[in-house]
Design a protein around this ligand. Structure first.
Ligand code: PLP
Length: 405
């Protein structure tokens, strides 16, 4: 008889966003006349920009012509896209990353989920708490996290780095030394960032202890403040300890078209000279058949002059929502953070309400949907996430309803 991978059975409960969807659907069924506004999910709402659409159409036409038709894409990505990324995201920032250190993929979810495969099963992982759930769940699936304590919501073999108001939502060095450190800035869910000096300390820590930092920079395009690093490779020594994961989802609206990349510098090596770069290349070669040509062509258009201008406008649109949410909640007496370098606003629930109690309260009184902070980890309890990805009109209406409560 077949047996299943029992590590999968250890995953607790249902996925956070399915639980939310069920609750909202039940409320709507009971209250069919109410207009519910969703500021919960992290999906974009603006259509792809004209420069991207134009390139998509052209690339589709290329596929119809025997002379320009493309079959399997190179599994590490088309050279034209790897070159553009290396030039725009790294060289122009004065950062030394070569195009052959860039691995094009179908998005940051897959890469941040899969990257753990190239590390030893006994590797000790450290994560921020609260955290994007993919990092822990994929290590659970890999049998790396020990046992789950449903009372605390913690795994016995995971090192948690609480990020709360007390430390300004920035992780502190753990007592126990991790092998892998997951960092995500600008952060989902808290919307926080750390300065270049603070990130430099993490790079120094990783190099000193022989740890690898997995740096999720999916929200890099939302950075507006000067002293916030756009890439971990702005820090000295990051080439020997840091993997960076990027996405086209939030900077250019590719959530439905799917494109991302991971950077693995050749300098990250074991003492006997095994390069993580080689292992990831081998993994891609075996398990990934390349992102589609038309999508990579469209991704390159994001870096054209029009593409840069148009995607900047989209980000400005979302960040205008973010500031409406931030200012509106603040004026209503809420304690809020995030929303400056990130499309996420993180608020303290009022009157000591639990995150889920506040979720119900907001749904029932304002008909607004957000995300309970506790869904991202135990230190998210007592917090709540709103996102700036809605339309401006809905965002204004939602916040005005909350202010009127
Ligand atoms: N990383 C973080 C921190 C995210 O919040 C998300 C999506 O919400 C992703 C990765 C996934 O990005 P992608 O759409 O490229 O898979």
């Amino acid at each position: 008889m077949f047996r299943v991978n029992e590590d999968y059975l250890k995953l607790p409960g249902s996925y956070l966003f399915s639980t939310i969807a069920k609750k909202v659907a039940a409320y709507q069924e009971k209250n069919p006349d109410k207009k519910i506004i969703r500021l919960g999910i992290g999906d974009v709402t603006q259509p792809l920009c004209p420069a991207v659409i134009k390139r998509l159409h052209e690339a589709v036409d290329e596929m119809a012509d025997a002379k320009t038709f493309k079959g399997y894409a190179p599994d590490l990505g088309y050279q034209f896209l790897r070159d553009i990324i290396a030039e725009n995201d790294y060289k122009q920032r004065g950062v030394a990353i070569e195009s052959d250190e860039i691995f094009v993929s179908d998005g940051a979810k897959s890469d941040s989920a899969n990257i753990q495969e190239i590390f030893a099963k006994e590797s000790k992982i450290a994560v921020c708490d609260p955290v994007y759930p993919v990092y822990v769940d994929t290590n659970v699936m890999a049998g790396r996290t020990g046992t789950y304590d449903s009372a605390t919501g913690l795994w016995s073999d995971v090192i948690y780095m609480p990020c709360t108001a007390e430390n300004n939502f920035a992780p502190e060095f753990p007592k126990e030394t991790p092998d892998l450190i997951y960092l995500c800035f600008p952060n989902n869910p808290t919307g926080s960032t750390i300065t270049k000096d603070m990130l430099q300390e993490w790079v120094d820590y990783a190099n000193k202890n022989g740890s690898v930092i997995i740096y999720d920079a999916a929200y890099e395009a939302y950075i507006s403040e000067e002293n916030v690093p756009h890439t971990i490779y702005e820090c000295e020594g990051a080439r020997s300890c840091a993997i960076e994961i990027r996405s086209f989802s939030k900077n250019a609206g590719f959530t439905g078209t799917r494109l991302g990349f991971t950077v693995i510098p050749k300098d990250i090596q074991t003492p006997d000279g095994v390069m993580l770069h080689s292992l990831w290349a081998r993994r891609h070669g075996t398990k990934f058949n390349g992102a589609p040509y038309i999508i990579q062509a469209a991704g390159a258009a994001v870096y054209s002059e029009e593409g840069k201008r148009e995607t900047k406008e989209q980000i400005a649109y979302y960040m205008n929502n973010a500031s409406y949410i931030y200012e509106g909640l603040k004026s209503a007496g809420y304690t809020v953070s995030g929303g400056v370098n990130a499309p996420y606003i993180w608020l303290k629930t009022p009157d000591q309400m639990t995150s889920w109690k506040f979720f119900d309260y907001l749904l029932e009184t304002a008909n607004v949907v957000g995300t309970p902070g506790s869904g991202f980890g135990p230190s998210g309890e007592g917090y709540f996430r709103l996102t700036a990805f809605g339309s401006y009109e809905n965002t204004v209406e939602a916040i005005d309803r909350i202010k009127a409560l």
